[in-house]
Design a protein around this ligand. Sequence first.
Ligand SMILES: [Zn+2]
Length: 134
Amino acid sequence: MREPAPTGIPSKLLPQLADFFLRGFEAARARFSPPISLEGFDVESRGRPVEDEAEREGREAARLRNEGLTFGQIARQVCRYRGRPGHRCKKPCADRIRQAHQSYLRREEQRRTDRELTSSVAGEQIELAITHLR
Ligand SMILES: [Zn+2]
C-alpha cells in the first residue's frame, strides 16, 4: 500500500519535507523506551521482545565468528552462565549461541533496512514513511 505525496506540494519541497518528518520521527522515537521502530510495522518481525542477554550473546558471537572461532569456543567466552559455579559450556550452550547469532544477524538485516528507510530523503521514501506512520 502506497500513499502518493499530497497534491499541491511542489516536488522540489519533498526532500525538505521528508527530512522534517524523519527528524520528527527520530525525536519521537528517542523519547520512547523501549524505542519505537519501523520494525514493529513488519509482521514478520513481531513476536516476543528480544532478551538483552540473547542480543549480547548474538552480537558477541557475530564478532567472534568473524575472527574464525567455532560456536563451542565462542560459548566459553560469551555464555551468560559462564560465571556460575559448576557450569561448563557444552553443546547446549554452543547451540543456544548459534541460534542467538542467527537471530542477531536477522535483526541486524532488519535494522539496516530500517536505517535505509529512515535516512533517505528521496520523494519515494517519504511516501513510504507517511504510509508507515499512519
Ligand atoms: Zn555455558
